[in-house]
Design a protein around this ligand. Structure first.
Ligand code: UTP
Length: 291
């Protein structure tokens, strides 16, 4: 019987250069999508999927993120004094969301290195990795869908989405064959980083959600810096593939790249339209623009 997935790792040690100048001082994980920092969407997804322990991999200048998931005595006291009950509840809820640990990645040496920083805290168990930039709107939380695949199949699981045409060249692309029993599952045989459309091995783009077995720590330890001088998670997973099964999984839902300016605009519009308090008002406003 395979072990349960109880821990989620959130790599947040990157510099967020795509979102400058906003991210010069503010960590990109703290940029608001409607009214919540993007990292909170990922944390809520993990908790709704049964995750019990959250590990943030942080770096320089990420203090705001730590404060966000901690108790804010001054804010809570002021809200209490002013009788703002609902806001007080909102503030308190964030700090009581989960058991949270932080590991500092001293230098941004790559996503693979960031994941490796969680080794001691994760231990010998399968774990989830969620890239906070990727915000996913799904009927069943994406990471829960993936945990279900892991529990059924027992190997690492990489989230993928189907991309038509040349846009595939912006992603890591899965090589492999569709599973005979479940068309959402791919039996992974390899991965190619940012291929041209003509040589892309499939239409399955890998996005920022993973279930990994602890063996990936062994392969990451042996991984030498690849593209951009960084230790790539992809290289660690490729080495894992030589020893274990790895699956691609086309999750049900829609993914937004909130670490990118255009992706954030798309996510803002779609998430705002869904809000009961002002969705209708916002829809009327957009219609009124007469685009
Ligand atoms: P990105 O490729 O989005 O890099 O990293 P970035 O530096 O954060 O952002 P840009 O591209 O400069 O705008 C993917 C994920 O890996 C984390 C990032 O925080 C992000 O969640 N990461 C990346 C680390 O934790 N450490 C690293 O050394 C590199």
């Amino acid at each position: 019987m395979s072990k349960r997935v109880r821990t989620a790792v959130f790599p947040a040690g990157g510099l967020g250069t795509r979102f400058l100048p906003a991210t010069k001082v503010v960590p990109k994980e703290m940029l608001p999508l409607v009214d919540k920092p993007i990292i909170q969407y990922g944390v809520e997804e993990a908790l709704a999927s049964g995750i019990e322990h959250i590990i943030f991999i942080t770096g320089r200048g990420k203090g705001a993120m730590e404060d966000h998931f901690d108790i804010s005595y001054e804010l809570d006291a002021t809200l209490e004094k002013k009788g703002k009950k609902e806001l007080l509840e909102l503030s308190r809820k964030i700090s009581s969301l989960a058991r949270v640990s932080y590991v500092r990645q001293k230098e941004p040496l790559g996503l693979g290195h960031a994941v490796l920083c969680a080794k001691q805290l994760v231990g010998d168990e399968p774990f989830a990795v969620l890239l906070p930039d990727d915000v996913i709107d799904a009927p069943v939380p994406c990471i829960k869908q993936m945990i279900d695949v892991y529990e059924e199949r027992g190997g690492s699981v990489l989230a993928t989405m189907t991309i038509e045409g040349p846009a595939i060249s912006a992603y890591g692309v899965l090589a492999g064959s569709q599973d005979a029993k479940n068309p959402r599952i791919y039996n992974c045989t390899g991965m190619v980083e940012k291929p041209k459309l003509e040589v892309a091995p499939s239409k399955q783009a890998i996005i920022g959600r993973y279930i990994l077995t602890p063996r990936v720590f062994e392969t990451l330890e042996k991984t030498t810096p690849g593209a951009g001088g960084e230790i790539q998670l992809t290289d660690g997973i490729l080495a894992l593939l030589e020893r274990e099964k790895v699956f691609g999984f086309t999750f049900e839902g829609k993914r937004f790249d909130a670490g990118d300016k255009f992706g954030m605009l798309q996510a803002t519009v779609e998430f705002a339209l869904k809000r009961p308090e002002f969705g209708d008002k916002f829809r009327a406003y957009l219609k009124g623009l007469g685009l």
